[in-house]
Design a protein around this ligand. Sequence first.
Ligand code: FAD
Length: 429
Amino acid sequence: MNKKIVIIGAGVAGINAATKLVDNGYPGELITIIDKGNDPHNRLPEEVMTGMLGAGGWSDGKLTYHTAIGGVLSKYCGEEKAMELMDQVISNFRRFHPKPEEIFCSDPQAEPDFIKPYFGLRLFPVWHIGSNYLHEIAKTWYSYLLDKGVEFRWKEKVTKINFKHNIVVTDASEIDNFTLEYDELIFAVGKSGIDFGKKLTDDYQLPTEPKSVQIGVRFEAPQKYFQKLIDVSYDFKLYQKFDNVSLRSFCTNNNAAYVAVEETYGDVSYNGHAKKGEEFRNDMTNFGILMEIKGIENPFEWSRDVVNKLQIGGTGLYYSPLRNPSKTSEHELINTTQIFDLTTVKEVMGEYFTYVENFINDMDKIFEFGGDYGMYIPEVKYLSPEPLVDYKNLALVDYPNVHFVGDALSARGITVSGAQGIYVAESLL
Ligand SMILES: Cc1cc2nc3c(=O)[nH]c(=O)nc-3n(C[C@H](O)[C@H](O)[C@H](O)COP(=O)(O)OP(=O)(O)OC[C@H]3O[C@@H](n4cnc5c(N)ncnc54)[C@H](O)[C@@H]3O)c2cc1C
């Protein structure tokens, strides 16, 4: 246990990895975590993607517990181990939670008849933490790691990595001439670092595994229409399957539900989160309607092109038959351009947008919201070509001391990202 470990990204994956290490006696002094965002005391509400606990730390905190949700895990370690790793992540969130008794679990057992024959419903447990508790969790968790001697470097962006000589370079280098050597590197940059990961993949010509396209819209409506389904499943996952396209509702937020803006590659797309606390209640529901499209030749480039063409005036789009865009939890207008017909969207997304329209029409048959809804366009999960890793320890096949984890690898959610971090830490221990 004397190797210098550098973790890039203090997100869910990086922080769970560090915690597993120090919990098992690894000297904190040998661990450095670099993050381009802020520590939990200085992180602002609008810093959605960066800083302590990463995007997961300022999200809605829905901890999903199923190996088919939130990205890929069991492919590496098998079903049983995957569930055990997810248990560890959930237990970490409980451990640093100021009021663990307030974490509630939604665990639907059967598909309700009223969604048939239009949709299927995925059944799995979800623990719901809520954004504002996550901030408290982040502070307590940070103190724990500091006490263990872990070094944090905040507001410092890693700009280069020399895999051949084990050196990390940050943007403080020009001022400090700062470089850092490592024996083991955990690359945990999440979605906000996906372009960096892609650059490394290209520069080092890393072998990759192909991925499908995941794109759609963020749907928003008053909660009352969906209440009967929310009563069955808080984070409901409705799905429809066709030959090469499947659709699902994704990341449902209720009660105090806000649409969040994501910026990737300079383009705006949408996501959502929910607050706890009556003062934030707006009685809205939002969720992604995501299509998984198979058979597109260059899925990553295709998604980027579609998202880029769906920008007007430097933002994504908002469409509603009746409503106007909502405000953020900080009472600011959501960064979006309102459109009054869907011609552009249909031109850009082509036949695929018909699937989204049909999904909304089918929901309307059950929930009867009429025109009282809006959609923020696009929502996207950039599944960049996944670097090929050794399934035992998620290390790059050509660089066995560089481990990719979380959204930077194949995760798309908190539990799976954290679990991948722990999986790597276990291999290092
Ligand atoms: C608004 C929103 C709501 C969400 N809600 C949920 C939810 O309820 N449930 C769920 O399961 N998932 C949710 N997600 C997804 C979830 O947050 C991510 O899957 C998860 O955070 C990924 O963890 P990660 O550690 O891989 O990356 P992240 O948590 O994104 O952390 C990556 C960290 O790396 C840092 N970083 C990036 N590039 C660099 C660089 N070059 N140098 C230094 N530091 C860098 C960033 O600052 C960031 O702190 C949500 C995401 C968003 C944006």
